[in-house]
Design a protein around this ligand. Structure first.
Ligand SMILES: CC(C)(COP(=O)(O)OP(=O)(O)OC[C@H]1O[C@@H](n2cnc3c(N)ncnc32)[C@H](O)[C@@H]1OP(=O)(O)O)[C@@H](O)C(=O)NCCC(=O)NCCS
Length: 197
């Protein structure tokens, strides 16, 4: 991984997690400009395609500096981007990382994020050697909480009014998943199928 020139692609049965390119700008903009997707995000919906361009450029820079890893989630059939998932706040000493993820609204309710995160965690816990993965979630974000709990995350704490977005103070509920929790919840998890890892 330390030698890799690009983010490793990770394949699942229906999806490919891959590096975003400038060709994905329209798809990224559609996702992050949708108020439904951004309702509990840490910033307001995008209003300008330049913001999507910047996100794509930052993904490359984040990988180059190994500060964070953000994958585009592409449909395996047509390579169209339907979401993104991120390991960020990577702490190499304590072997922990936070996660962020979003799916385009038409793809909710089909298990795509579950499938994405199973593969992402196989990668994070094994080739990357993480011990712990953390999520900071708005307590009203029921879909996100359901996704995390189904994957074995435990609720670990609560912070009041931690965010200030679009004039609204938002609380955070903290979730954590240890490598041991993940193994216990799904001992038969497939190994991450990642190229260039
Ligand atoms: C959070 C978010 C990714 C969850 O999307 P999702 O599609 O509900 O997530 P999952 O992949 O876990 O899918 C679960 C749903 O798929 C269904 N499903 C269908 N096939 C499935 C399968 N093979 N495996 C698991 N779930 C499946 C489940 O029944 C469930 O549907 P339901 O909620 O109608 O019961 C999505 O709501 C989103 O992008 N929100 C905006 C961004 C955001 O808030 N991100 C989190 C902040 S970090």
């Amino acid at each position: 991984m330390s030698e890799a020139k690009t983010l490793p692609a990770i394949t699942t049965s229906r999806l490919v997690l891959r590096m975003l390119t400038e060709d994905d700008c329209d798809a990224v903009y559609r996702i992050f400009s949708d108020p439904d997707v951004m309702r509990f995000w840490s910033c307001e919906p995008y209003t300008d395609k330049a913001q999507a361009d910047e996100l794509i450029r930052n993904c490359k820079a984040g990988f180059d500096s190994r500060e964070f890893f953000q994958w585009g989630i592409a449909n395996a059939e047509d390579d169209k981007i339907i979401g993104t998932c991120t390991l960020y706040a990577l702490d190499k000493k304590n072997l922990r990382s936070e996660i962020g993820f979003a799916l385009a609204r038409p793809y909710w309710g089909k298990g795509y994020m579950h499938e994405t995160l199973e593969a992402l965690f196989a990668f994070a816990f094994e080739p990357l050697g993480m011990h712990r993965i953390e999520a900071d979630v708005d307590p009203r974000n029921e879909r996100c909480i359901a996704t995390l709990e189904k994957l074995g995350f435990q609720r670990e704490g609560y912070m009041r009014e931690r965010w200030f977005v679009a004039g609204e103070r938002q609380d955070s509920v903290f979730y954590g998943l240890l490598h041991a929790d993940w193994l216990a919840a799904a001992p038969e998890q497939p190994r991450a199928d990642a190229s260039n890892a």
